[in-house]
Design a protein around this ligand. Structure first.
Ligand code: EPU
Length: 418
């Protein structure tokens, strides 16, 4: 089992470069199979989710070449349309092969997706969207069988502005006959990145980044290139780390607009952040004001940053509150932060954080990706040594985390231990 061994208390100095966004890359890779010519994706993060998606591409007989952070994907000879559970359950984003295969081949048989356990993560809106486009859906032995004689445009309303449903419907609708409208679409920057890639292939999508996306179906898509946008969640995680133990720490390659909610909250706390050309420079302060946060769909405060933020709030003077509204269960980090001497009470999906409490190193477990990130931050701040188990979750989403942290002075190593 892989674990992180972290000796806390060392200030971090230097530059952390932000990689391409996980949640864009994991949609761009499946999107590439919509086209039967070679596509190129630049700035792909070095995360295990990427490797799991490449395994699925190979299973579908898609040719993939990888050189540094560039992926070339050639789906000319794509033939298989079935993705069994040992492939699909490795990550959430395997579900983007539903929309992509439906668009390209009008059929897909795929097992339920995996990913972090954050409570019930339904995909009813994806399925309802596919049905509106003319697909038939059967569930057999934990597999979805989705087929369509032909896909047609539709006027779709999402009950919730789901990132996954918006992207998945877009992937299928680009190859439908006629016009599709997605109303109450999610507005996350990753959706714009995927729409840009599809438009580069010849799709006709407008409105991505707003709550109404319009897609004119196209018969054939052609070769194209795209660059993955910087990861706003990775950037946010390291900005929070800088607020905890930064000593002139520069977080570089950030799109500031994607982090407005976090930066506004950090300013409310009293964090000193200095804007640079492409990033922010941070030096930790001794005292921060407590704040209240409510997670919301973009451009609201991202649920994916609420867990790392919890660690910082343990250092504020007074009571801070985080209200998680997107997921039914996203407090897996709290018992372990408390084991590290934090003082956090949870009522349903609201965390009440009393601070400041000095954090103390101990053995903890990453229950999911962002819970793991919150524990890495706590361990780097804590007195003594922390051992974090289940770090596979963290490696799914934070590219080169050990190298990046070591380079700025962190004492962190990856160990193998039962
Ligand atoms: N939901 C439904 N029905 C659906 C789809 C979603 O009820 O058909 C509910 C979910 O149960 C959940 C909420 O809506 O409570 C949010 O789901 P959404 O579809 O927006 O999220 P997602 O597409 O499953 C992506 C990211 C998540 C991120 C969310 C919200 C990927 C692969 N995952 O998930 O990332 O939290 O959007 O921004 O893009 C992470 O990176 O740690 C992570 C969990």
């Amino acid at each position: 089992m892989k674990k992180f061994l972290i000796e806390g208390g060392y200030p971090l100095k230097g530059i952390i470069n932000i990689s391409g966004a996980k949640n864009s890359a994991v949609a761009l890779i499946p999107a590439a199979i919509l086209c039967d010519e070679q596509t190129t994706i630049y700035n792909v993060p070095e995360i295990s989710d990427k490797n799991d998606l490449i395994d699925i591409l190979k299973l579908l007989n898609v040719n993939v070449t990888e050189k540094e952070d560039t992926l070339k994907i050639d789906a000319q000879n794509l033939e298989n349309t079935e993705i069994p559970s040992n492939y699909a359950c490795k990550l959430r984003a395997s579900y983007y092969f539903m929309g992509a295969l439906l668009g390209r081949k009008k059929e897909v048989k795929i097992s339920f997706p995996g990913g972090c356990d954050l409570g019930e993560r339904k995909i009813d809106l994806h399925l309802k969207g596919f049905e509106s486009l003319g697909a038939k859906i059967k569930e057999e032995d934990d597999m979805y069988i989705i087929t369509a004689e032909k896909l047609h445009g539709a006027n779709i309303y999402l009950d919730f502005a789901s990132v996954g449903a918006t992207i998945n419907i877009m992937l299928a609708a680009v190859k439908a006959e006629g016009t599709t409208k997605i109303n109450n679409a999610a507005k996350e920057p990753e959706i714009v990145n995927v729409a840009t890639f599809l438009n580069n292939m010849g799709a006709k999508i407008s409105g991505a980044g707003t709550s109404k996306i319009i897609i004119e179906g196209t018969k054939k898509l052609h070769k194209a290139m795209i660059e993955v946008i910087p990861d706003r969640i990775e950037a946010g995680t390291y900005l929070i780390l800088g607020s905890l133990i930064g000593d002139n720490l520069l977080i570089d390659n950030i799109i500031e607009d994607h982090l407005t909610a976090l930066i506004s909250k950090m300013k409310d706390m009293g964090v000193d952040i200095e804007k640079t050309t492409n990033g922010f420079r941070i030096t930790a302060k001794k005292e921060y004001r407590p704040i209240n946060i409510k997670t919301l769909p973009y451009p609201g405060f991202p649920t994916d940053l609420a867990q790392p933020m919890t660690t910082l709030l343990t250092q504020c003077h007074g009571l801070s509150i985080i209200d998680e509204t997107i997921y039914a269960r996203r407090m897996g980090h709290v018992p372990y932060l408390n084991k590290m001497n934090a003082s956090i009470n949870v009522k349903e999906q609201t965390a009440f954080i009393s601070g400041p409490t000095p954090l103390i190193g101990t053995n903890v477990k990453a229950s999911d990706l962002r819970a793991g990130a919150s524990l890495v931050l706590a361990a780097l701040k804590a007195k003594g040594t922390t051992k974090i188990s289940n770090v596979e979750h963290i490696l799914r989403g934070y590219g080169n985390i050990i190298e990046k942290l070591k380079k700025v002075g962190a004492h962190i190593t990856l160990i193998e231990e039962d």
